[in-house]
Design a protein around this ligand. Structure first.
Ligand SMILES: C[C@@]1(CC(=O)O)c2cc3[nH]c(cc4nc(cc5[nH]c(cc(n2)[C@H]1CCC(=O)O)[C@@](C)(CC(=O)O)[C@@H]5CCC(=O)O)C(CC(=O)O)=C4CCC(=O)O)c(CCC(=O)O)c3CC(=O)O
Ligand SMILES: NC(=O)C1=CN([C@@H]2O[C@H](COP(=O)(O)OP(=O)(O)OC[C@H]3O[C@@H](n4cnc5c(N)ncnc54)[C@H](O)[C@@H]3O)[C@@H](O)[C@H]2O)C=CC1
Length: 217
């Protein structure tokens, strides 16, 4: 499987099943998509503001739900295998993406896996194990969290610096060198993680050191 980032803005995600897993997937997609959760009952969980519809469709009613909601992605999160199976077939027939919460390792067309993710916007890291060990994905997510802390601010600083260097017509080789030096600066990471307002000064210092010691290619 190949990891890609998909923009769900303006699209509908249909989650079927309102248990703990349905709630987790609803929260995940509600950051961006219009999420509809269909279930006869809903766990006492946060569904991320998704629209909840109380219903328990039979397998032969699934097509109608997909027709009415026109989702970009269907999440099959019920505890009823026959329903999850029908959701997968109907999604494939319509050409929309499908995520089965009750099955690992499917390589069917359009089947997607939800990875464990760490976010420090705009930076995102996703971990998956090919469906073999979801708890390992969650464990690695926790391990990576510390590393990623501050990366969002770092990305914003680098974007600004990159734009400045481009507008000053700094050569691509020199630009790469300066950006790499700033990215790898332990002082800057510390400043960003502490939230100190001195980050800009640290960048100036790193660039100054590069200017005095570096070549001018
Ligand atoms: C294939 C995949 C499809 C998908 O759901 O996208 C899938 C499938 C299955 N999960 C199962 C079980 C559990 N899953 C979790 C947790 C998570 N599962 C997630 C993803 C994925 N799970 C995809 C693969 C990702 C990868 O490649 O690693 C995470 C990472 C993301 C998320 O769901 O948001 C999230 C961590 C969230 C976080 O903390 O960030 C826990 C732990 C817990 O609940 O605390 C358990 C119980 C322990 C256990 O059984 O391992 C079962 C058996 C069900 C049964 O026996 O009935 C199946 C089906 C099967 O294995 O056949
Ligand atoms: N991918 C993952 O992270 C995990 C997946 N699982 C799998 O996902 C399934 C769901 O897990 P939980 O949320 O913990 O189960 P759960 O039993 O708490 O929730 C299932 C929900 O599906 C609803 N449902 C049943 N029939 C339905 C129908 N015809 N239409 C709509 N909704 C219907 C139930 O009312 C309930 O709200 C499990 O059966 C298991 O196979 C379990 C743990 C983690």
């Amino acid at each position: 499987m190949i990891p890609l980032l998909h923009d769900f803005t303006g699209q509908t995600v249909l989650v079927v099943g309102g248990g703990a897993v349905g709630a987790r997937k609803a929260r995940r997609f509600a950051r961006e998509a219009d999420v509809i959760v269909v279930s006869p009952e809903f766990a006492d969980r946060d569904f991320g503001g998704a629209t909840r519809i109380r219903a328990a469709p039979d397998p032969d009613e699934i097509d109608g739900w997909l027709e009415r909601t026109a989702p970009a992605l269907v999440v099959a999160a019920t505890d009823d295998e026959a329903i999850n199976e029908a959701l997968e077939s109907a999604a494939q027939a319509r050409g929309c993406l499908v995520n089965r919460a009750d099955r690992s390792g499917g390589r069917d067309p359009g089947s997607v896996v939800v990875p464990a993710t760490v976010r420090d916007d705009p930076v995102v890291v996703a971990v998956a194990t090919g469906g073999t060990a979801p708890t390992l994905s969650a464990y690695l997510r926790d391990e990576i969290e510390e590393t990623v802390s501050g990366a969002g601010e770092m990305a914003m600083c680098l974007a600004e610096l990159r734009a400045d260097l481009k507008s000053q017509n700094v050569s691509p080789a020199r630009r790469r060198k300066l950006l790499a030096a700033v990215t790898g600066s332990p002082e800057l990471w510390t400043a960003l993680r502490k939230g100190t307002p001195k980050a800009c000064q640290v960048i100036e210092d790193v660039l100054g050191e590069e200017d005095s010691g570096g070549d001018s290619t």
